[in-house]
Write a protein that binds this ligand. Structure first.
Ligand code: HEC
Length: 132
């Protein structure tokens, strides 16, 4: 390899390192897209999607969370914890959802607790009903 080509590839490697470390503080929107939306639909399901759903749609999730945790603070705290430590004894969604889909798998190892908090904040802002 010529030394120019070598310098160029080193430049590409450092650019790659810089870009990947910048993404360390990923936004809630990106986290949701990457880590939640393949299970939780973002919109009301159309008839043909109902049969292939593997989790309750996100606005339905927020509806049930808000019924038990009316303040934003409680709702976000609940979800931040549930994402990493789901448990039957904590679940707020309808029993028929659990029977149909099973318990949510833990996102432990897939999201840090900081990211769990960021994504919980994001889903609250996007899917909670604000007319309390
Ligand atoms: C592999 C599929 C899957 C992924 C990925 C997933 N979930 Fe879930 N989630 C479920 C299922 C199934 C349920 C319903 C059963 C339950 O409540 O545990 C659920 C329920 C929930 C609930 C309601 C808990 C309750 O019962 O009160 C919240 C909040 C939630 N998910 C948030 C998230 C967020 C935020 C993400 C992304 C970080 C995520 N989920 C990723 C499958 C998933």
């Amino acid at each position: 390899m010529s030394s120019h080509a070598h310098q160029f590839s080193m430049l590409l490697i450092s650019l790659y390192v810089v870009t990947t470390s910048l993404s360390a503080d990923t936004s809630g929107e990106v986290l949701f897209k990457e880590k939640c939306s393949y299970c939780h639909l973002e919109t009301r399901p159309s008839y043909d999607k109902i049969n292939t759903m593997v989790a309750p749609p996100m606005m339905g999730v927020l509806f049930h969370v808000q019924q038990s945790k009316p303040s934003k603070l409680e709702a976000v705290a609940f979800m931040s914890d549930y994402i990493l430590n789901p448990h039957l004894s904590k679940a707020l969604c309808q029993e028929k959802s659990i029977n149909k889909f099973g318990l949510m798998p833990s996102m432990q190892g897939n999201l840090t607790s900081k990211e769990a908090n960021i994504v919980a904040e994001y889903v609250y802002e996007r899917f909670a009903s604000k007319n309390e």
